[in-house]
Design a binder for this molecule. Structure first.
Ligand SMILES: Cc1cc2nc3c(=O)[nH]c(=O)nc-3n(C[C@H](O)[C@H](O)[C@H](O)COP(=O)(O)O)c2cc1C
Length: 350
C-alpha cells in the first residue's frame, strides 16, 4: 500500500491518534531487525556526495528527523531506517509529564500545515536514558533535544538543563537546547543572552557533546542574530532555525494556541536562516528546519548556509518516502550543477 492510499485513512483519525499509530508501526518495524535492515536499504540513498563529517561523526546525508516526532527516544532505530542522515529525539524533560489536555494537534491539509500545543508530553530523562541504552541507531548520529519541566519556575530552568546534560551525555551525539517551544509557559523568555549563555556554559562544563540552541521564528531578526552570536560565544556548536511559529495570521481561522509548522512556516524559516548565516556562517553549524518539503527547498537551504536540514510536517503530508526523494533530488541537483560534495553547495548563495 502506498502512502497516498494510506493517507486518507490516517487523516480520518485525530492527528495525535494517527501519530501514535505511526509510532506503533515503527516500534514493530524495529522489533524485526531483518525487516528494518531491508527497509533501510530501500530508503537510504548512499552517495558520497551527500556525506559529511561533522564533529567527528559521519552524516550519510543532510536530512534529519526533527525533534518532537519521537519524544521518548523509543523508535529512533526505525526512524533511521527511513533513510534519515541523523535523528533528533525529545524534547525530553528531567521528570515525566503529560503535556497539555487533548485535542492538542490539528491539521490544515490544504496548507500542508500542522498546529500543535503538546507541551512536552514525555516520559522523562531516566526512561529515555534506559531506552537509548537498550537500543540506539547504528551509524546515524543521534541528537537529544532538551527542555524544562512545566512545573519548574523559569528562574530555576537552568537546573533542569543541568540535570539533562548530566543525565544524558552518554546517550547522544549532540544536544539541542530548546528555548523556543511556544507550549511551555515562560520557556521562550529564556531566549535572552544571559539565560542562553548560562545554559550553554553549564552544558560545556558537564558534557563533551556539541551543544546547539534552537530558536523561534517569532524573534525579531536582530534578536535572533544577537542570541545566536551570544550562544556561539558561550561555546554553542550550532544553531537550529526554527521551531514552530505563533504567527496565527498565517492560517486564517486557526485558534490562537500552540505553534504552526509546515508550509506556512517556510518563508520565515528561510529568511531567518539567511539573516543568521550572514553573521555566523563558518563560525558554527546551522541546521535549517521549518517547511522543508522537497529537494529544491532542501537545496535552497543548503545554498543559504545550512549544513544540515530537518523535517517533520512534510513527512506527515507526503509520507516517509520523502526522505529518499529529497536525497535523490539533491544528488540530481548537485550533478546538474557539477557539485562534487556538499561542501561546494553549502553557503554557495551567500
Ligand atoms: C507535532 C509536533 C511536535 C513537535 N514537538 C517538538 C518538540 O518537542 N521539540 C522541538 O524542539 N520541536 C518540536 N516541534 C517542532 C519541529 O521540530 C520543527 O522545528 C517544526 O515543526 C518546523 O519543521 P517542519 O515545518 O518540518 O515541521 C514539533 C513539531 C510538531 C509538528
Amino acid at each position: 500500500m502506498s502512502y497516498s492510499q494510506l493517507r486518507p485513512l490516517l487523516f480520518r483519525l485525530p492527528p495525535e491518534t494517527a501519530h501514535e499509530l505511526a509510532l506503533r508501526a515503527l516500534g514493530l518495524l524495529q522489533g524485526i531487525p531483518q525487516l528494518c535492515r531491508s527497509v533501510r536499504q530501500r530508503l537510504t540513498v548512499t552517495d558520497r556526495r551527500l556525506r559529511q563529517e561533522i564533529w567527528g561523526l559521519e552524516f550519510g546525508n543532510p536530512v534529519g528527523m526533527a525533534a518532537g516526532f519521537d519524544k521518548n527516544g523509543g523508535v529512533a532505530t526505525a526512524i533511521a531506517a527511513l533513510g534519515f542522515g541523523f535523528v533528533e529525539v525529545g524534547t525530553v524533560t528531567p521528570r515525566p509529564q503529560p503535556g497539555n489536555p487533548r485535542p492538542r494537534v490539528f491539521r490544515f491539509a490544504d496548507q500542508e500545515t500542522l498546529q500543535n500545543a503538546l507541551g512536552f508530553n514525555n516520559s522523562g530523562m531516566e526512561a529515555m536514558r534506559k531506552r537509548l541504552k537498550a537500543r540506539r541507531p547504528a551509524g546515524v548520529p543521534l541528537g537529544i533535544n532538551i527542555g524544562k519541566n512545566k512545573v519548574t519556575p523559569v528562574e530555576a530552568a537552568a537546573e533542569d538543563y543541568v540535570a539533562l546534560f548530566g543525565g544524558l551525555a552518554d546517550s547522544c551525539d549532540y544536544f539541542v537546547v530548546n528555548v523556543s517551544s511556544p507550549n511551555t509557559p515562560g520557556l521562550r523568555s529564556l531566549q535572552e543572552v544571559t539565560s542562553v549563555q548560562g545554559i550553554v556554559r553549564k552544558g560545556r562544563e558537564l558534557s563533551s557533546r556539541p551543544i546547539l540552541v534552537k530558536l523561534a521564528p517569532d524573534l525579531e531578526d536582530h534578536e535572533a542574530v544577537e542570541l545566536a552570536c551570544a550562544a556561539v560565544d558561550a561555546g554553542a556548536a550550532g544553531i537550529v532555525l526554527t521551531n514552530t511559529t505563533t504567527d496565527y495570521s498565517l492560517v486564517p481561522g486557526a485558534a490562537r494556541v500552540g505553534g504552526l509548522s509546515g508550509r506556512v512556516l517556510k518563508n520565515r524559516s528561510f529568511e531567518l536562516l539567511e539573516r543568521v548565516a550572514a553573521e555566523l556562517f563558518g563560525r558554527c553549524l546551522l541546521v535549517s528546519v521549518g517547511g522543508v518539503d522537497s529537494a529544491e527547498e532542501a537545496y535552497r537551504r543548503l545554498r543559504a548556509g545550512a549544513s544540515l536540514l530537518q523535517i517533520y510536517t512534510a513527512l506527515v503530508f507526503q509520507g516517509p518516502a520523502l526522505v529518499r526523494d529529497i536525497n535523490r533530488g539533491l544528488v540530481a541537483l548537485m550533478a546538474r550543477e557539477g557539485a562534487k560534495s556538499l561542501e561546494e553547495v553549502i553557503g554557495a548563495d551567500r
